[in-house]
Design a binder for this molecule. Structure first.
Ligand code: 5AD
Ligand code: SF4
Length: 452
C-alpha cells in the first residue's frame, strides 16, 4: 500500500448511472494517492464535479454549484491551504473552454474518456500551483478501461459495471454521441474479471451499464464477437452473483440472444428499460430513432413471450419540436396500452450542437408543462397500481449490507423496486421473502417472514 498523506476528496455526481460508475472509478484511482472521500466540499483538498450535459437544467446546476465551491476555495486559501477544483464528465467535454475562461478558479477540466490520466493531470497542478491549468477532452485511442486499477471498492450488495460506452445512433435531441464519443465495447475477459472482484467484495446484484448497452459487441474468450445475451450467460456462471440487470437499451439493437437470455437465465431479472421517447411515428422520425411504434410493440411482444413476468420502464421526451396535440395523445395512449411500471419523462430541452437545436417548430413551454403533467399523472398511477399489486404477497428482496438509520432493512425486489422492511440485522446482504403490507409509488413496505 501507500504512505501518501491523507487528503480529502469530494466528488459530486450529476446525471446517469454511468457517471456514478465513473465517480467510483475516480475514487479508486485517487485512493492510492492518499485521497479518501468526504461528504462535504468545504475543506476538501480536491473537489470534482462529475457533470451531466443531457438537459439544460443539469448543466445550469453545475455553474451554480461552482459558485459555491469558489467560496470554499477562497476560505481555504485564506488559511494557506490548497483546494484543487476539477470539472469532469460531459459538461467538461462539451464546454471545457467556456468553463476555464468563465471560472478562473477551476484548475482542471477533463472529459469522461480521460479520467485514468488523473494522476498525471493532478501532478501538473499540484507541482506548480496556479501555473498549470489542465484541459483534457480527448477521446484517447487507448480506452480508459485498460488503464483502470485492479482494485475496486464495492460498498453493498448492489454494484454497477460499465461494459459499453458511447453511442453511434445520433438521435437528433441528444448530446451523448458528442460527449461520450462513438460506441465502444469492453472485452468479455475484463468485464468478467471485474464482476468477479465485485462479487468477492460482496456484490450480489450487478447492473451492466452502457449508453446503449444492448449494442454491446465485445470480444469473447473464443476471439469472436459476443452480444449482450452471450455475455449475460457467461456472467451467470459466477458463483454468488444472484442478480443481473442492464441499462439502458435502444429498441433497434435488441438481438434474439438477449431475448433468449431472458427466457433461459434465472439470474437475469425480469425488468427491461427500453426508452421509446414518443408514441408518434412522425416524432420518432424527426428524432431519428430509426424505428416505428409498431416495431417497438413487436419487440415488447417478443420479450413478453420469452419471459411472461417481464415488466417495462421507459423514457419519454415531451414537447419535441413539431409535437402536436395529436402526437402527444399517441404518446399518452401508448403509455396507457403498454403499462409501464416506472418511467422517466422530461420536457424537451434544446442542446447546443445537436440537429434538433436548429429546429424552428418549437412547442411553447406552457403547452409542454400541461402535457408533461398529464403524462406524469398517468405514469404515477401505473407505478402505484403495480406496486400495490404486491400487497399481501411475499416478494423476494435482496437486502443491503447495512441497516438504515431508522434500524430498518432496505433492499430491492426483482423489479428493482425499493423495499423497506422490519427484520433482524443478520439478514443484511441476503435474499429473503418479505410479506408486503403497504406500497407507495416508488417503494414497498413489509416485514420479513421468519420461518425458523
Ligand atoms: N431534452 C430532453 N430530454 C432528453 N433526453 C436526452 N436528451 C434530451 C433532451 N435534449 C432524455 C431521453 C433519454 C434520457 C437519458 O434523457 O429521454 O432517454
Ligand atoms: Fe442519445 Fe439516442 Fe444514443 Fe440514446 S440512442 S445515447 S438517446 S443518441
Amino acid at each position: 500500500m501507500t504512505n501518501a498523506p491523507n487528503k480529502k476528496l469530494y466528488i459530486k455526481t450529476y446525471g446517469c448511472q454511468m457517471n456514478a460508475y465513473d465517480t467510483r472509478r475516480m475514487e479508486d484511482i485517487l485512493r492510492p494517492m492518499g485521497y479518501s472521500s468526504v461528504d462535504t466540499p468545504d475543506t476538501a483538498d480536491m473537489v470534482i464535479l462529475n457533470t451531466c450535459h443531457i438537459r439544460e437544467k443539469a448543466t445550469d446546476k453545475v455553474f451554480s454549484d461552482l459558485g459555491r465551491i469558489r467560496e470554499h476555495k477562497i476560505e481555504m486559501e485564506k488559511n494557506g491551504q490548497q483546494m484543487v477544483v476539477a470539472v469532469a464528465g460531459c459538461v467538461a467535454q462539451a464546454e471545457g473552454d467556456v468553463i476555464l475562461s468563465r471560472a478562473k478558479y477551476v484548475d482542471m477540466v477533463f472529459g469522461p474518456q480521460t479520467y485514468h490520466e488523473l494522476p498525471e493531470m493532478l501532478a501538473k497542478i499540484t507541482g506548480a500551483y496556479g501555473s498549470a491549468r489542465v484541459i483534457n477532452t480527448d477521446f484517447p485511442v487507448e480506452q480508459k478501461f485498460d488503464f483502470l486499477p485492479e482494485e475496486n471498492a464495492v460498498s453493498g450488495s448492489t454494484a454497477f459495471l460499465s461494459i459499453q460506452e458511447g453511442c453511434d445512433k445520433f438521435c437528433t435531441f441528444c448530446v451523448v454521441p458528442y460527449t461520450r464519443g462513438s460506441e465502444y465495447s469492453r472485452d468479455v475477459a475484463s468485464i468478467v474479471a471485474e464482476a468477479k472482484r465485485m462479487v468477492a467484495n460482496g456484490a450480489r446484484d450487478i447492473t451492466l451499464l452502457g449508453q446503449n448497452v444492448n449494442a454491446y459487441h465485445g470480444t469473447g474468450a473464443d476471439g469472436k464477437t459476443w452480444g449482450l445475451g452471450r455475455l449475460i450467460r457467461e456472467l451467470a456462471e459466477i458463483q454468488d452473483l444472484k442478480r443481473i440487470r442492464y441499462s439502458t437499451s435502444h429498441p433497434c439493437d435488441v438481438q434474439d440472444d438477449l431475448i433468449e437470455a431472458h427466457r433461459d437465465v434465472p439470474q437475469l431479472m425480469p425488468h427491461l428499460h427500453l426508452p421509446v421517447q414518443s408514441g408518434s411515428n412522425k416524432i420518432l422520425k424527426a428524432m431519428n430513432r430509426k424505428h416505428t411504434i409498431e416495431d417497438y410493440l413487436a419487440t415488447l411482444d417478443k420479450f413478453r413471450t420469452a419471459q411472461p413476468d417481464i415488466e417495462l420502464s421507459s423514457d419519454f421526451i415531451i414537447g419535441f419540436p413539431g409535437e402536436t396535440d395529436e402526437d402527444f395523445e399517441e404518446t399518452y395512449n401508448l403509455v396507457k396500452n403498454v403499462g409501464f411500471t416506472a418511467a422517466y419523462s422530461f420536457k424537451y430541452s434544446p442542446r447546443p450542437g445537436t440537429p434538433a437545436a436548429n429546429m424552428t417548430n418549437l412547442v411553447r413551454e406552457d403547452v409542454k408543462d400541461v402535457r408533461l403533467q398529464r403524462l406524469q399523472a398517468l405514469l404515477s398511477e401505473q407505478a402505484l397500481a403495480f406496486n400495490r399489486s404486491f400487497i399481501g404477497k411475499p416478494v423476494e428482496v435482496l437486502f443491503d449490507t447495512k441497516q438504515n438509520k431508522a434500524g430498518q432493512l432496505h433492499g430491492r425486489s426483482r423489479y428493482n423496486t425499493a423495499v423497506y422492511a422490519t427484520g433482524p440485522a443478520r439478514l443484511c446482504g441476503q435474499i429473503v421473502n418479505v410479506m408486503i403490507e403497504d406500497a407507495g409509488q416508488t417503494a414497498l413496505h413489509g416485514s420479513v417472514q421468519i420461518t425458523e
